[in-house]
Design a protein. Structure first.
Length: 238
């Protein structure tokens, strides 16, 4: 009987050793699997998609600073300055560009629809802003109730360091008639279908116009500060 008991105890001891080895093996395998998954999660930095449907897409730096926003009309952002958003309704879709500090410095916006009056309207604007200010260059196309124009404008824009956009001082100067942006150059097509170049003074008043009408009449006009032509040169001028 003692021999049988010893044999049984030996078998039990063998089973316990086998169980410990199996437990250690399973634990090791589990740890290796978790490590592989974690390494895969950290090393997988890119992915490819055929189509992505989204209402808004924000591109950010690793520290969270926003650099680009692509949005539909519903979720289009307001004015973002140093990653802080302020209410600034713009009923359009498009994309906004942001500088290294998370402040808007340009964008592409557009809209278009058929109105209840049966007339179509559309608009598209590509802008390039000065630091923490408005656009110093704009490519613009507008079709509004039958009137349409398109062109490229260049503007004088206030220094964003001394005059922060949307600040109390900015609003005060606006109320006092001191604008933060003054158009200086327009090159494009007017709503009367004239091809034209307009040069303005520091107050935004047109002083020189080069015009070609749809019929082909070309002229060069010099204007005073009230907008009155003081001299006009055309092909048939003497």
């Amino acid at each position: 009987m003692s021999i049988e008991i010893e044999a049984l105890q030996a078998q039990i001891a063998h089973l316990k050793r086998s169980q410990r080895r199996l437990t250690l093996a399973c634990t090791g395998a589990g740890l290796l699997t978790m490590a592989a998954l974690m390494m895969g999660a950290t090393s997988q930095r890119s992915a490819s998609f055929d189509v992505i449907d989204a209402q808004r897409l924000n591109i950010k730096e690793p520290d969270g600073t926003i650099r680009l926003a692509i949005s539909n009309r519903t979720l289009f952002p307001g004015a973002i300055i140093r990653n802080e958003e302020q209410e600034h309704p713009r009923p359009m879709a498009g994309m906004l560009f942001f500088n290294d500090e998370g402040t808007e410095n340009g964008g592409l916006i557009y809209n278009g629809a058929l109105g209840k009056d049966g007339k179509g309207s559309s608009g598209l604007s590509l802008t390039f802003d000065r630091y923490q200010q408005d656009q110093q260059m704009q490519l613009l196309g507008v079709d509004d109730a039958g009137k349409h124009f398109a062109g490229l404008t260049f503007s004088d824009v206030a220094d964003g360091v001394d005059r922060p956009f949307f600040s109390d001082r900015d609003e005060l100067l606006h109320r006092e008639g001191i604008p933060a942006i003054t158009e200086r150059v327009f090159l494009g097509k007017s709503d009367s279908r004239d091809a034209m170049l307009t040069l303005r003074d520091g107050q935004g008043k047109p002083r020189l116009e080069m015009i070609v009408t749809p019929s082909g009449h070309a002229s060069l006009r010099f204007l005073d500060e009230s907008g009155k032509a003081t001299r006009q040169i055309s092909a048939d001028s003497q």
